[in-house]
Design a protein around this ligand. Structure first.
Ligand SMILES: [Cu+2]
Length: 129
């Protein structure tokens, strides 16, 4: 039957269209990953610790804190810039499996704690240089 041939050809063209579309998106993904204009540093929170405890980053770096245990944590402290500014930073609650990020534009030092686990020693230090 002719109609069966038409259906088969249409089907083949559809599959080719899907493959081409998927490849286009795959290439787009590779392009964006090569574009590293903004840096991201991640700090894990778990077992009443920030890991790593001390991190040195460059200005304009985004720091991502994420929780990998079953507790709620937060990030609280004052970012003291070398230009003399004091910026109070508070993440609010960061629940399990969630994250929170902040971009440090200026150079300075950020000493912070987790408000829930400060007495257990959950403290961190970030140097922006
Ligand atoms: Cu905590």
């Amino acid at each position: 039957m002719k109609s069966q041939v038409v259906v088969a050809i249409t089907f083949v063209f559809l599959i080719i269209a899907v493959i081409v579309t998927v490849n286009m998106f795959a290439e787009e993904k590779i392009d964006t990953s090569n574009n590293n204009e903004s840096e991201i540093t991640s700090i894990h929170m778990g077992m009443n610790m920030f890991m790593p405890k001390q991190v040195t980053i460059e200005p304009d770096t985004t720091v991502l804190w994420w929780t990998h245990d079953r507790e709620i944590h937060n990030v609280v402290g004052i970012f003291k810039t070398y230009s003399g500014e004091e910026i109070a930073i508070f993440s609010g609650d960061i629940p399990p499996k969630a994250d929170w990020s902040y971009t440090f534009e200026e150079s300075g030092v950020f000493e912070y704690t987790c408000g829930y686990h400060e007495t257990q020693g959950m403290k961190g230090k970030l140097v922006v240089n």
